[in-house]
Design a protein around this ligand. Sequence first.
Ligand SMILES: *Cc1c(COP(=O)(O)O)cnc(C)c1O
Length: 380
Amino acid sequence: MSPRAEVRIDLDAVRHNVRHLVGLAAGAGTMAVVKADGYGHGAVDVARTALDAGARWLGVCTLEEAAQLRAAGITAPVLSWLHVPDEDFAPAVATDVDLGVASRRDLAAVAAGARAAGRPARIHLKIDTGLSRNGCPPHGWGDLLEAVADHTAAGEVEPVAVWTHLAHADAPAHPTIEVQAGRFDDAHAAARTRLGRTLLAHVANSAATLTRPDLHRDLVRPGIAVYGLDPIAGAGEPTALRPAMSLRSRVALLKTVAAGEGVSYGHIWTTPTDRVLALVPVGYADGVPRLLGSTGRLTVGIGGVRRPVVGRVCMDQVMVDLGPSGTDHGVAEGDEVLLFGAGDDGGPSAAEWAELLGTIHYEIVTGVGSRPRPVRTVVG
Ligand SMILES: *Cc1c(COP(=O)(O)O)cnc(C)c1O
């Protein structure tokens, strides 16, 4: 019996996407980004699949995420890049996790972790070239390099890379990309000179991996594209990527509702005639945003046919209109309902939800995938 709500992860799609990205960035290594539990897809499963498909590195945001990969027995290089001031780096250093460093404070904490672990920490120096988020601003770079040189001489750190992150990678011709690339090259050259060693360079997220081969450098860091979501193409536009996540439920109940009755909280939709409605037992507690119902344009796939969701999305339920009563709607209780999937067969997609909501598909899959209630299954 299929579950009430299911987030299905197609690892064959992940494999396909990673092979595609590895092929595009053939002159560089590929770091598959599996932060936020693999964008809601399951970090360990995605990491193993990505490595199997040719990725050589894994990228995560936090030390907890890195530790999860190590605990699963994954020995590939892992970079963790966003840390809080009182972080204990010793376990990460001891388990060979590379660490992003953006400030003297970061560096001091990492060096303390290295002393505790009894071995040097591998560090990737992050330059803020214009995103104004994480990273060392250019005016602090020389000072940071002095401190790095000292800790390197003390045997506490081993500088491995200089890296940055783009603000407008999803607009490949945006002028800020040239500005960021120029600042990056300056910072990389200064680090090479001051530290007297070769350092990897990495810049490109998915969008830049797909569109800016000049920014592939030594290592690309695709995230969303690993999961089959194209950061540039809109919903329904052609892409070489295959979305890996689908969200499914089942028809829990069919009922006829008389003409002129309001449906779901607030009665934002009223039956125009006697209608057959299907109750689908998923809602915003499962990651289906409540605002989708308010657009009046949400549809689901039942038996390959798109059907409109009517009325508000509730915590645990949505209602689907199957048309006037007395007509053959061909839907039975227990039938599978596709909330979103790959979208290639004309069915609903995460990209379509994002467009309806004025957001990005990243937020859809991480929102759905992180909910505790759906049963996660993995195929492929
Ligand atoms: C999330 C993240 C990525 C991956 O970005 P996508 O747009 O998902 O490809 C790469 N680098 C950094 C620093 C990130 O935070």
